[in-house]
Design a protein around this ligand. Structure first.
Ligand code: PHE
Length: 453
């Protein structure tokens, strides 16, 4: 099946990075860095993005470009075409695809709760821009006490996402990301510039980049790995969908490299934005998922035209998060269209019902389910932990084995080795070593150390 390709390279990068650059960079990165001791986490994160995340990004894009299908159909096809009878019978690769799809639905369910929070701040800044009054310091706590408001916000977000997806991927994301990404980048540069002039900057830089490995516990490796997968959008089939829309002449390794570099840069930028505020305002304690909301309101309240900048920031953040949500829903919708012959409209609305049900406990985790804790974690944090610390590493282990062993040498070489690309044979050998051996080894090591130490 031939799919519509992206109209130009620029649109592809913006959309791919647009889905990668989102809440993972701006909301999750600062708080996991904060809760895991700073520099050691950041340094490991950068390293693992290159040696673990990037090879999988390339592998997923490759899977999509080869098959022009969504992840379940692509992995099913690979199982069926295998030379080994047991693979054709048990279809292990297809199960990797199915788990990736489940992970995307699971992520969308708690992601939409956070998108609801972003929507709430967006509306607050809009209202306060007209009244000229700064936002209340405890606004986030007020939101946390109102579970049904969170359900309402999450529902509005899911509704918007479904409307965009049901009308088609290309019109939806291309237009959105081409418009919003450059604006968001420019705004980030301006805000980072402002934040770096705060008195806490030196301490913030030390915290961010001085690798004190005494904070590195036996669980940290798995946490870093999970975050790398989350932020690079791998392990959920999203990059496979992107790959399936790639133009024939696109060189997949280069795309993977650019996506990784941009994603790291944006995460570091969000560290530059958040941590000087944290250290200047003496915001102590483990804020967890509320970190950016609490710090940014302090920042915007002190800034000239703060409500205006707050509004633009939250509009951009919301649109970036919407882009990511669209991608997450698209992975399942593409599957229903590819293999179950659903119409786009029907596929989108049926999927969203499951997402909504799964999102309910997460939306109500600070109210109705407040006392329901597991491993001392609220529902929302439990969702995050199960997905990011366990499910994503398992799926990515599967994907690396699938790409390393399931695809034929010829399939991989055809996409990698090109005469017009300098040193592509060497590049292929290195990538292949990483995806086949190093990625699985590091993920297994992560699991071992978190279980046995
Ligand atoms: N990478 C996105 C983020 O950082 C999350 C995401 C995962 C989006 C998978 C789309 C697909 O927020």
């Amino acid at each position: 099946m031939r799919r519509g390709a992206w109209s130009n390279r620029y649109a592809f990068y913006l959309a791919t990075v647009g889905s990668a650059f989102s809440l993972g960079n701006l909301w999750r990165f600062p708080y996991v860095v904060d809760s895991n001791g700073g520099g050691a986490f950041v340094v490991t994160y950068i390293l693992l993005c290159f040696i673990i995340g990037m090879p999988i990004v390339v592998g997923e894009l490759m899977l999509g470009k080869l098959s022009r299908l969504s992840i379940i159909s692509a992995t099913d096809q690979i199982s069926q075409q295998s030379a080994h009878a047991w693979v054709r019978k048990w279809k292990p690769w297809k199960w990797v695809g199915v788990s990736a799809n489940l992970a995307s639905i699971f992520l969308l369910s708690f992601y939409s709760v956070i998108c609801g929070w972003v929507l709430f701040f967006l509306v607050q800044y809009l209202v306060h821009m007209f009244t000229g009054i700064p936002l209340a310091d405890d606004l986030f706590n007020i939101l946390m006490k109102n579970g049904w408001l969170q359900v309402g916000l999450m529902s509005v977000h899911l509704l918007i996402t479904t409307i965009v997806v049901s009308r088609g991927l290309k019109q939806g994301i291309e237009r959105l990301s081409t418009l919003i990404m450059p604006l968001f980048m420019a705004l980030m540069i301006y805000l980072v510039f402002k934040s770096l002039s705060l008195p806490g900057t030196v301490d913030a830089m030390r915290f961010l980049f001085y690798p004190n490995f005494s904070y590195f516990t036996s669980e940290t490796l798995l946490k870093v790995l999970g975050h790398v997968f989350f932020t690079l959008s791998v392990g959920m089939g999203a990059m496979v969908v992107f790959g399936s829309y790639l133009r024939d002449d696109t060189y997949v390794p280069r795309s993977g490299f650019k996506v990784t570099i941009l994603d790291i840069t944006i995460s570091i930028f969000s560290g530059f934005l958040i941590f000087p505020i944290v250290f200047s305002a003496n915001i102590n304690g483990d804020y967890g998922p509320s970190l950016i909301f609490n710090t940014l309101s302090v920042f915007f309240n002190k800034m000239g035209l703060g409500n205006f900048f707050g509004l633009i920031f939250f509009i951009c953040l919301y649109l970036a998060a919407l882009g990511a949500s669209i991608m997450l829903l698209e992975t399942s919708v593409a599957h229903l269209i590819d293999s179950k012959r659903f119409k786009r409209n029907r596929a989108s609305w049926s999927m969203i019902v499951f997402v909504f049900i799964a999102a309910l406990p997460a939306s109500l985790s600070s109210t109705v389910f407040k006392d329901m804790k597991f491993m001392d974690l609220s529902m929302l944090r439990l969702y995050d932990k199960v997905l990011v610390d366990y499910l994503l590493p398992v799926v990515c282990l599967g994907i690396s084995l699938l790409v390393g062993f399931g695809l034929t040498k010829k399939q991989k070489e055809n996409l990698f080795i090109r005469e017009d690309e300098m040193d592509s044979e060497n590049l292929y050998r290195n990538w292949h070593f990483l995806v086949r051996w190093l990625v699985p080894a590091v993920i297994i090591l992560g699991f071992f150390s978190s279980i046995f130490y």
